[in-house]
Ligand binder design. Structure first.
Ligand code: ADP
Ligand code: MG
Length: 237
């Protein structure tokens, strides 16, 4: 894996239980995970095994029932609600199976959306780059191979191109961690593999940590580690 400057994500004894009138379901049970800065981890597992639940908890979108979560040295569940939003926006980028681009906005406008939220949520932190947000967005769209499609509408782009815009959007605030939930689930195998390689290029260039839930077998050789979610816990392949 090479030299790392410490741990970015540390999860100890994580438990997640969903309760309903019919009883409770234990989805994650005493799960442990440690991800280094700049490390890439692919997570595989059958449908319903709790992969999305795990990503939602790491991204502080959902509360754990028990256990300790630390991301970039912070326990997001100890923060106040407005601090969680700012922390998430600054530290974490999300990519979902459905690209979730705004259809009425161009590619570059979509990439810029998280910078608007940053201005509102993150008092005084300011951009970490000397470039303007528009310059950053153009640079990222070039990085994902869409430098000439900045002003295209989502409807004019292919599925793979839309997902590349979504990845540029996830990177615009220069997060330390990218959480990706089946990002190639709607793409053909060849396009999915290209997206996998793009993730690894970004990981190397930006030293971002990647946690990618995928059914795409071609990701395993590209990523530092592949883990399987089984019976509420993560195991090596
Ligand atoms: N909000 C919720 N309320 C109740 N059960 C849920 C909720 N979210 C997920 N589950 C259940 O948790 C289990 C894991 O779901 P999920 O994390 O979406 O799995 P995966 O992403 O691996 O397909 C499933 O049995 C699902 O029905
Ligand atoms: Mg899921």
């Amino acid at each position: 894996m090479g030299a790392q400057d410490g741990t970015l994500v540390e999860i100890d004894g994580l438990r997640k239980e969903f309760s309903s009138a019919g009883g409770s379901t234990i989805v994650l049970d005493d799960l442990n995970l440690s991800v280094a800065r700049g490390e890439s981890v692919a997570i595989m597992g059958p449908s319903g095994s709790g992969k999305s639940t795990l990503l939602h908890i790491i991204g502080a979108l959902e509360q754990p029932t028990a256990g300790r979560v630390s991301v970039d040295g912070v326990d997001p569940f100890a923060l106040k609600p407005n601090e969680v939003a700012a922390f998430r926006n600054r530290t974490i980028g999300f990519v979902f199976q459905d690209h979730a681009l705004l259809p009425q906005c161009t590619a570059i406008e979509n990439v810029l959306v998280p910078t608007l939220a940053r201005k509102m949520a993150d008092e005084g932190a300011g951009p970490t780059s000397a470039l303007t947000p528009v310059e950053c967005a153009m640079e990222l769209l070039e990085r994902v191979g869409l430098g000439n499609r900045c002003n295209s509408w989502p409807a004019e782009l292919s599925g793979g191109e839309r997902q590349r815009v979504a990845i540029a959007r996830a990177m615009i605030n220069r997060p330390r961690l990218l959480l990706c939930d089946e990002p190639t689930g709607n793409l053909d195998a060849a396009t999915g593999h290209m997206i996998g390689k793009l993730f690894i290029d970004l990981q190397r260039a930006e030293n971002v940590s990647l946690i990618v839930v995928t059914h795409n077998e071609s990701f395993a050789p590209l990523f530092n580690r592949t883990l399987h979610l089984k019976a509420g816990r993560l195991a090596n392949s």
